[in-house]
Design a protein around this ligand. Structure first.
Ligand code: GN1
Ligand code: MG
Length: 363
């Protein structure tokens, strides 16, 4: 990690206004490093080091973000609260681009949104608002004139994730395949693999579109105002063409779980139907302007796919020796895997109920 003086020098590369008072860690993302920059001036800022081992084309990534935020800004023109409803990235003094690199590390600065709150858990009322907000977010981006690229190619491609797990199992670089529990988890996941790859098949058949999605719709990536209204969606690195299942499924993966994604108490894991219903209602209300019947009828599948895919990703990282996700203790990825496997089973058992609810929402 850089020293405070080095961080200050990085911030000074950007067109920021005011004098820096303090720089301190912010949030708990698993990929990038995020810092709050307190300023004697009109705005505080967020400084982020973009993990370029994972996001290998930061120029493309910021291009996506610049296009998307500009497009949303055009749609919200005239809204007095526009600066809290869409992120503002600060250009770099030298290049005018919204990131700066020393050739090894990549940094960006955005305006810290005032009087906004993020949550790790939400009640049904907030889930309904979140559903509406993600539907609106996708609707606003549906007619973006620019071409956006995949910042992580095939990010939510379940076939690829299954292959990566199989490769990890075959390579077994740190000997974890010798653990009986690892073998048991593998056997537990395998029977569902083909079914979970359904989205890729529908895409090949030409009946499932890709749209610009957020692709990291964890609960804590939404900003609420003090009254519970959604201000904006943050963490836009994974904004890219994907299936709507990404945004629908990943929100529920975090919001409908009775516990956090890394809670070791797997017996407490359950899939909350009230959260599902509230979120689905809000989402379908705002997404119905573009949602096709195939997308809509597969929303319950999406609710299962994301715990499944996340289990596969955490599990592959555990087998690979923890090279991708930040971990806080040695078997953190195994604990996360157990949790997501339990969530997958809980959601899967509720598919008939979910289907009935979605059908009841009408056209
Ligand atoms: C990562 O960095 P963060 O916490 O927003 C990951 C997501 C996972 C999530 C699991 C680029 O997101 O896909 O769902 O962890 N992001 C990337 O908590 O892999
Ligand atoms: Mg995040």
């Amino acid at each position: 990690m850089k020293s405070i003086e080095e961080l200050k020098a990085i911030v000074a590369r950007f067109e920021v206004k005011g004098t820096i008072r303090e720089i301190k860690p912010l949030g708990n993302g698993l990929i990038n490093d995020t810092l709050l920059v307190k300023i004697d001036g009109p705005d505080n800022y967020v400084l982020q080091r973009v993990n370029n081992a994972i996001f290998q084309d930061v120029d493309l990534l910021q291009h996506n973000i610049d296009c998307a935020t500009a497009h949303i800004r055009r749609k919200l023109a005239g809204d007095p609260d526009i600066d809290r409803k869409v992120l503002t990235f600060i250009p770099c003094k030298d290049t005018g681009k919204t990131y700066w690199t020393d050739g090894e590390t990549y940094w960006r600065v955005s305006v810290f949104i005032k009087d906004a709150y993020t949550y790790e858990t939400v009640n049904p009322e907030y889930s309904y608002y979140a559903g509406k907000a993600f539907g609106q977010f996708e609707a606003m981006l549906a007619d973006i004139p620019d071409t956006l690229g995949e910042t992580i190619p095939d990010f939510h491609n379940m076939e690829l994730r299954a292959r990566q797990l199989a490769e990890a199992v075959a390579a077994d670089p740190v000997g974890r395949m010798a653990e009986p529990e690892v073998q048991a988890i593998l056997a537990d996941l395998k029977p569902y693999e083909e079914e979970m790859c359904k989205a890729e098949r529908l895409y090949r058949e030409g009946v499932l579109p890709k749209r610009i999605c957020h692709c990291d719709t964890k609960v804590n990536n939404m900003m609420f105002d003090k009254d519970g209204n959604i201000l904006c969606v943050i963490d836009l690195d994974t904004l890219m063409p994907s299936f709507v299942f990404s945004d629908f499924g990943d929100f529920l993966r975090t919001a409908a779980n009775t516990v956090a994604e890394d809670d070791p108490a797997v017996e407490k894991v359950d899939f909350k139907m009230d959260i599902f219903e509230a979120f689905a209602k809000g989402y379908v209300e705002s997404a119905k302007v573009f949602l096709t019947p195939v997308e809509k009828e597969n929303l319950p599948y999406a609710a299962c796919l994301f715990p499944y895919m996340q289990a596969v990703r955490f599990f592959a990282d555990y087998i690979n020796g923890d090279t991708y996700y930040k971990i806080k203790y040695p078997d953190h990825n195994l604990v996360r895997t157990r949790n997501q496997v339990a969530l997958f089973h809980a959601a899967y058992a509720k598919v008939p109920q979910m289907k009935a609810f979605i059908e009841g929402l009408g056209a």
